[in-house]
Design a protein around this ligand. Structure first.
Ligand SMILES: Nc1ncnc2c1ncn2[C@@H]1O[C@H](COP(=O)(O)OP(=O)(O)O)[C@@H](O)[C@H]1O
Ligand SMILES: O=P(O)(O)OC[C@H]1O[C@H](OP(=O)(O)OP(=O)(O)O)[C@H](O)[C@@H]1O
Length: 150
């Protein structure tokens, strides 16, 4: 369990609701405020800095870091691995508010690991999300259709 004086804000919601857009806006607005830190996730997906400034890593590398205890939190979704870096623990120990894009499916593990966690749920109407996902163009049509649920 992480020792935290700060607060971990996990931004969650269905694909296309605008999590990354909101996080990116907050990062820009709070860039000069040292009380806030934005977690840079490790994801086994090619980098696309226009959407999310994550660390792109291959599966073998990710699994090695996970096995070595070098991730603050990790989970799987969409056939990908996601992780939060250990710097999250440091920032929380320093009393910062740390903002990260999280997973609804793995909230129980996140809350167990970070009792200082608060969850921000973002929602948007299904047809709006479908239009946004199509415009984003990262997923193919089948993946967009698979994201049509809640
Ligand atoms: N409030 C908004 N109005 C219009 N388009 C938006 C809005 N929020 C996000 N988008 C667009 O919708 C797409 C999905 O947003 P994104 O932030 O990547 O969602 P998520 O991270 O929740 O999957 C992106 O192309 C983004 O530019
Ligand atoms: O358990 P769920 O709430 O369904 O979330 C599953 C995953 O989907 C999102 O990833 P990602 O940012 O890659 O996808 P998105 O931008 O399409 O939401 C989110 O950050 C989780 O990693």
């Amino acid at each position: 369990m992480a020792q935290c004086l700060g607060t971990l804000v996990l931004v969650v919601g269905a694909s296309g609701v605008g999590k990354d857009t909101l996080i990116n806006g907050a990062r820009t607005a709070l860039a000069a405020d040292p009380r806030f830190a934005f977690a840079r996730r490790l994801v086994t997906r090619p980098a696309d800095h226009t959407l999310e400034d994550h660390v792109s890593i291959d599966e073998a590398g990710f699994l090695a870091l996970e096995k070595a205890g070098r991730l603050a939190l990790s989970w799987q979704a969409h056939g990908l691995h996601y992780g939060l870096p250990l710097s999250v623990n440091t920032d929380l120990a320093l009393g910062k508010v740390v903002i990260a894009n999280g997973s609804r499916q793995t909230l129980p593990q996140a809350i167990k690991a970070f009792p200082c966690c608060v969850v921000m749920v973002i929602a948007a109407e299904i047809s709006l999300r479908a239009r946004r996902l199509a415009a984003r163009g990262r997923e193919d049509q089948d993946q967009v259709a698979g994201s049509a649920g809640p």
